[in-house]
Design a protein around this ligand. Structure first.
Ligand SMILES: NC(=O)c1ccc[n+]([C@@H]2O[C@H](COP(=O)([O-])OP(=O)(O)OC[C@H]3O[C@@H](n4cnc5c(N)ncnc54)[C@H](O)[C@@H]3O)[C@@H](O)[C@H]2O)c1
Length: 323
């Protein structure tokens, strides 16, 4: 079996999560990591079976002939890493969201297309068992409305609470729900958003993201959706997407799917690990060139990014944005 040489950039919470999965994989050698400093990279690499740490991505890519790279930096710290991979023809998996602002992903997409590069984006809801189940159950129903939400507290990382670094909650977190809506129900054509501000920023002088938002969306084919979020509640985080159809309500959450029809309520719990499925799909593509198992490519993720960026633009201007 061919062993894939993989590198990882960004050694925080999710870099660590991906590193654990990669090092457990029998066909992967996680050879190198790049962090924001040489010391940090070396400390992270020392915990891995056989990896070297770098404070500079170019050095890492020059030193190893990698088959694939994982990019797990925060949204603002993007661009150069993808660009380097594109120039060298190295397939990459990048965490969502693609960036904190609108333009960069469009430029990178052009270069990815020109190179025909294999990419994958960390929209892991697409790989949940419940998502497959929801698609089967909804296939022959008439969808009228979806109600999505991400209700929780603001993560403490200093970048998350800064608009210019994370893009704000709708872009950074609720993007999963927007992406799931697109995956199941199709493309968004219109966006109108209203945001509430001032509570989080009054508690934390570093914070300048909105406290809450509610976004109305129209989809191709006429379906409508509303997706709301808040990051000011102290406890009780919940996220999900509910579909209202001619046969009842279907709820998707982190745990699985609940299907409420006229006669019954049936629950399907998620069993497999979506991050593992996401990794397998990407590694299979790198090995074989067959990208059919990748459920979110950079090109597809750009469409989700356009919707969340339109929500930010609408909240600023007060206008409906057509896509
Ligand atoms: N798919 C999911 O379920 C999921 C869950 C959590 C996080 N994420 C995503 O993963 C990304 C990282 O989030 P996190 O929670 O791990 O953040 P984090 O703050 O824990 O880690 C980010 C790491 O990137 C490093 N970094 C920053 N700038 C860098 C640079 N220029 N070069 C190298 N390293 C740099 C930081 O030092 C830090 O170690 C975000 O885009 C986030 O949205 C996805």
């Amino acid at each position: 079996m061919m062993t894939l040489k993989v590198g990882l950039i960004g050694t925080g919470w999710f870099g660590d999560m991906h590193a654990k999965l990669l090092t457990q994989h029998k066909d992967v050698e996680l050879q190198a990591v790049t962090a924001s400093s040489q010391e940090k990279a070396e400390a992270f690499a020392a915990k891995l079976p056989n990896a070297k740490g770098y404070g500079d991505v170019q050095q890492m890519l020059d030193a190893h002939s990698l088959d694939a790279v994982y990019i797990c930096t925060p949204p603002f710290a993007r661009g150069n890493f993808e660009q380097q991979c594109i120039e060298r023809g190295i397939p990459f998996l990048v965490e969502k969201p693609l960036y904190s602002e609108a333009e960069l992903p469009e430029q990178l997409l052009e270069a990815i297309r020109a190179r025909g590069l294999i990419t994958s984006v960390g929209y892991h809801f697409r790989y949940m068992d419940g998502t497959d189940r929801a698609q089967e159950l909804l296939a022959n129903r008439q969808l009228a409305l979806a109600l999505g939400y991400w209700m929780g507290g603001a993560p403490g990382g200093t970048w998350w609470r800064r608009q210019e670094r994370s893009g704000g909650q709708f872009v950074e977190q609720t993007t999963h729900i927007v992406d799931l809506l697109r995956y199941i129900a199709g493309e968004v054509t219109e966006v109108y958003a209203a945001y509430h501000e001032g509570i989080l920023s009054s508690q934390d002088a570093n914070a300048n993201v909105a406290d809450a938002g509610t976004v109305t969306l129209k989809l191709e084919g006429g379906m409508i959706a509303t997706i709301s979020n808040t990051c000011i509640i102290p406890a009780g985080e919940q996220a999900g997407l509910h579909f209202y159809t001619n046969e009842g309500k279907l709820e998707i959450s982190h745990g699985g799917v609940k299907d409420f029809t006229a006669a019954t309520v049936i629950e399907y719990k998620n069993k497999s690990n979506p991050y593992e499925k996401q990794m397998e799909a990407f590694l299979h593509a790198v090995k074989t060139g067959d990208t059919s198992l990748i459920r979110s490519s950079y090109e597809d993720a750009c469409k989700t990014h356009r919707v969340t960026m339109a929500a930010n633009a609408s909240a600023l201007s007060g206008q409906v944005i057509k896509l």
